[in-house]
Design a protein around this ligand. Structure first.
Ligand code: C2G
Length: 142
């Protein structure tokens, strides 16, 4: 059984995330998603997520491509994770290109970067929602 692993926050789940998870699963038989905890997001990524870890985990576990969701609590757990779970391939979007090549050097796990889905991001969704609110607020005052 070919085991794949990927990491992320997956806040406000969108089709860019789904495209990544679909392609990652197509590379093997079993996909592990290592999901950033609320504490890790805040302490290490300065990210305030809209959904809590439990809600983001629930969403991911409902996706047909995902076989297991475990917590990401530190930047430094990846080598242990791929060893413990006997992972064949580590997959990330190419916004992370070269950032995790050390995993290939230190373990038997292949590292693959997949092209990001353009235009969509959680940050963009938040920006668009804010700008639309401004427009609707303006209209309601007219
Ligand atoms: N992604 C994508 N296309 C998008 C948006 C995201 O392919 N339009 C991919 C990212 O490249 C990443 C995954 O979806 O591989 C999850 O994205 P985020 O939730 O933004 O994850 P990130 O904050 O980059 O955290 O230790 C690694 C970190 O946990 C990664």
């Amino acid at each position: 059984m070919k085991r794949i692993i990927t990491y992320g926050t997956f806040d406000m789940l969108h089709y860019g995330h789904i495209n990544l998870l679909k392609r990652a699963k197509e590379m093997g038989d079993y996909l592990i998603v290592v999901l950033s905890t609320d504490e890790f997001n805040w302490d290490s990524k300065q990210k305030k997520t809209y959904f809590s870890y439990e809600k983001r985990k629930q969403l991911l576990e409902a996706i047909r491509y995902v076989d297991l969701v475990i917590p990401e609590e530190s930047w430094d757990q990846k080598v242990n994770d791929v060893t413990l779970y006997q992972v064949d391939t580590f997959v990330m979007g190419d916004d992370w290109r070269n950032q995790f090549d050390f995993i290939q050097d230190e373990t038997n796990t292949e590292v693959v970067y997949l092209e990001r889905t353009p235009e969509i991001s959680t940050t963009q969704i938040k920006k668009d929602l804010n700008s639309k609110n401004l427009v609707t607020e303006h209209k309601s005052e007219m």
